[in-house]
Write a protein that binds this ligand. Sequence first.
Ligand code: AMP
Ligand code: ZN
Length: 473
Amino acid sequence: MKIYNTLTRRKEELVPQDPKKLTMYVCGPTVYNLIHIGNARPMIVFDTFRRYLEYKGYEVNYVSNFTDVDDKIINKAKEEGVPSEVISTRYIEECKKDMEGMNIRPATTHPLATQEIDGMIEMISQLIEKGYAYAVEDGTVYFRVRKFPEYGKLSHKNLDDLESGHRKEKEAIKVSGEETKEDPFDFVLWKPKKEGEPYWESPWCEGRPGWHIECSVMARKYLGDEIDIHAGGEDLIFPHHENEIAQSEAANGVQFSKYWMHNAFLNIDGEKMSKSKGNFFTVRDISQHYDLQVLRFFMLSAHYRSPLNFSDELMESAKNGLDRIVNTAENLDYILNNSTGRSETFLPDEDQDFGSEYVKKFEEPMDDDCNTADAIAAVFELVRAINSAVNESSSFQFIALAKDRLQVLCEILGIKTERKKEVLDSDIEALIEERQAARKAKNFARADEIRDMLASMDIILEDTREGVKWHRK
Ligand code: AMP
Ligand code: ZN
């Protein structure tokens, strides 16, 4: 199997350290809000890659963190007047609900940055001891970038090129009060608390970690000093992943990750979708209009390294494509239950091979840098072949084989072949509105009927002072 390695800028044969096991770290979201569909792209594509690795026989140790201490979380907490833990806990839960809707399997471990502070203090101490980091007067600790000669190897930048761009930054640093840095390239490992912020004791000051050190420490703790694959969105290449490499390799003395995979951006109207630009949809927004399986299928319809533009037309075409697959799977179930075909103890030779050519056509692109777009094309070919080969007089074994072929490929893509019985968020909200109207009109019988109807769909209503809230059981 080949994957594109950002580090070497080439497609390379994937050779994990252990021929049977594979370690993979994927940078997770900062939890201060509902995740947007851009955040969902790395979750979906790397979950699919993990599923494919498992299909190929690897035991995958898959770690993905939640960044639960950050300026954005602190600001949101101030806005709401609650501790920042309330914000991070709330949005981790919400994120997990979205992940479930998109059929993203939970990672082997989902570490939280705030639970790993001891490890961060330990790594920072090691870096100081080895001369790769230094603490300044106010207790801030910086990484000494020039001490790490390979800095820039992932983003293929060199310090001299960066230097000119940094002239302006040097000026800015004077203004921002970061003039205690030895060098403008140096980045923060630990910073002093500000009034009202969460903090931890450390040898340098009461404070909190920088973002980059968190991932280096969580990867080391759960996967070891040397990992096979590190992944995330392409915006993380510089500085986040570059800095992770500098920290981990300086502290551990070995290569941090052998392969680096980066997904391209999800755009909207040709522009990067991002919270700061305000041009985003949350996964929750999409769940009002579509089953989230459609969102997953849409994401996989492009190669993960190609930019993907979000549009209604593409979502509609993903919906239709997914329907074709689900219809075929449902039809197979129907025929299986109603088949008049003889139950043979074995399949004739010519039938045993049915579908294997499409499995091969699926594996080939997946083996070539996880090309899900071409793999999906093979699934459609299989669907067509099934539709013309299977009918009510086919034998049970043949129908079951066809179903199994389809099922296996869909499972790799994380696509459920059963039609979702669950109601959409928009349907639930319409029912809640109707219940409110019924209550207003004192039609309590109808209001209770709606409550019971929702309860039977595992939707729990709570009447709060701020209005009606609902959640799935
Ligand atoms: P953040 O919460 O901003 O740290 O992002 C979490 C993950 O989502 C990172 O891997 C980002 O690279 C990725 N990401 C953020 N926005 C987009 C986007 N528009 N398209 C694809 N990936 C994104
Ligand atoms: Zn990270």
